[in-house]
Design a protein around this ligand. Structure first.
Ligand code: ZN
Length: 157
């Protein structure tokens, strides 16, 4: 493991004051906060006295603005960590569920050329074939006689 290099910061800058309270962990890459905590949350109190999440401050100083409606989550799971590389943003509140396409109940395309060929080669009762392929018995007859999918070769005699 190589030592973690913290980013260069101008002396006296907010970043320098933030990094002064960071203890990098070379094994995990985490920046362990050694400053103040509010509960389990690292808190950074800049000179204006308003304490803010040290993770959020580090993120804003090194990555960019974080929308206030976004939570910062730590991908490493270490609550003491303020490494912006370990932060992921996600909107607060419920995540919209990914849409799953609904299966179409009656798409009218139960048959594929492969199935048609298999049905034509199937020597079982039409009733059994109909159940297996989820089609009607007359459809099996029509497939076998070539009235459906006539472009495909009929069953071998
Ligand atoms: Zn971390």
């Amino acid at each position: 493991m190589t030592a973690i290099e913290l980013p260069a910061a101008e002396p006296g800058s907010p970043l320098a004051r933030l990094l002064a309270k960071v203890q990098p962990n070379p094994e995990t890459g985490c920046w362990i906060w050694t400053g103040a905590f509010s509960g389990e949350t690292p808190k950074f109190a800049p000179r204006y006295g308003v304490s803010r999440s040290a993770m959020r401050v580090a993120y804003e100083l090194l990555v960019g603005p974080t929308p206030t409606e976004h939570h910062l989550r730590r991908s490493c799971g270490d609550l003491r960590c303020v490494n912006p590389d370990h932060a992921t943003t996600r909107p607060q509140g419920r995540q919209p569920r990914p849409k799953t396409p609904k299966p179409r109940a009656h798409c009218g395309k139960k048959l594929t050329p492969e199935k048609v060929a298999a049905i034509r080669a199937d020597g079982r009762l039409h009733r059994e074939i109909a159940i297996e392929y989820g089609i009607s018995k007359p459809t099996v007859s029509q497939v076998k006689s070539g009235r459906i999918w006539p472009s495909l070769p009929a069953a071998a005699e």
